[in-house]
Design a protein around this ligand. Sequence first.
Ligand code: HEM
Length: 443
Amino acid sequence: MDLIYRAYPKEKFVAFYELLRPMLLIKDPQLIGEMFVENFHCFQDRVSGKIPKNRINQHLASLSGIKWRQVRTKLVPIFSPVKLKMMCNSVHKCSQILNLRISEHVRINKLIDTKDMMSRFALDVIGSCVFGLEFNAMNDSDSEFRKIGVTMLGNTSENSVRRLIRLLDPTGLLKKLFNFQDMSPKVDTFFFDLLKTTKELRENESTTRNDFIQLMLNIRNKELADDVENVIFDDNIIASNMYVFFFAGFETISVTLSFCLYELALNPEIQERVRNEIKQLRDSLNSIFDYDALNQLTYMDMVLSETLRKYPPVVQMTRTCTETYQIPDSDIVLHPHALINAPIFSIHNDERYYENPKKFDPERFTKENIARRIPNTYMPFGLGPRMCIGLRFAKMEMKCCLVELLYQYKFLPCDKTDIPFKVTSKAVMYTTDKPIWLAVEEV
Ligand code: HEM
């Protein structure tokens, strides 16, 4: 994709085939705004409309049309600052467990496999905030949840075949003919069983919980109490969204944190500045870093924004045309079912928008520089009404983790650190094919 983007520097859009699937690559930021934001009604769906509607596919990322809007409207409040404030404490506990694990490495002078460590942390947060469970991924490599994470996202041959079939089968015909499951049946069973057990366990509970599964059950209970004609939040919708929160919040978080620590190790002066900001704020606080305190860490926010600029885990944004649309200043008309794609990674790394894009430079995210930026050239969380619903949660989680780690530890490159590292083409996300090794010492 990046090769096509670079091969046609002057074009605003380029048509190409993703194996057998025709697609229009929208390169021009202004046009991206017009198609993904202003004319959202013409491009409401993702490129998943042809996926067979199996039980676990009824989630926000794959729903289309009115159903998507209904589910999104009901889910937005569960990601509100009020709800996130309540979850912050659970994330803080997971960060403390991570801290303990790192302290064991420091004690025996052991290098850290950053990706592995961060994925365990991300998994523990999902366990606690999505399911209200202790996954114990930090200390248990054989946990069921870790296994399901690998089944869903790992660089396994099974997953490669599934991805290939998805690309080779643009009409969805093969899937229908051979009853091809877009994901392993193990994943489907796992989430439905988990929902069933959780419901049973909670029936007799008197305490109120604030995890996503409970918040979704509350939505359903309200629908039942209001006696609505069609209950939207049935078991399929709830289990599917448990799955998507797991899927969307696992690797995105772990790779972003890994790349962030990698860049901080390579740029010690930036690392020191983040640490100083944490220390200054901590000295002025009487309690632990709560949600509001995390929001005061402006330099850390700049560092995370620059990490997501240089390494956006989701490299492209796709939509299906849902209403006929004429591309402005051209005679090209797109008809329903046409596919479009915005190249997030390529735009973030284009020297026309970011001078010296390979340089890790958080100063790009000062208030003044943000105001100067060409619109729609920064979109790690997507754009428009379909952008990432987990943005605030993701930022809270990553800041919570960095506060805990950088206050106490210094991260450094070591002999085993690949500089630069190689990116893998096998994974779903933008990531490295090998571990990111770093040395750690107590501050
Ligand atoms: C660093 C972390 C993350 C990044 C970079 C990220 C990025 C993205 C991107 C690029 C999209 C597509 C947006 C579009 O098409 O316009 C997306 C969608 C989505 N994300 Fe995230 N995400 C992150 C974390 C999370 C977390 C933690 C959750 C949930 C707990 C989450 C849930 C979702 C969902 C449900 C969608 C589909 C939204 C819809 O179609 O309405 N994401 N994300």
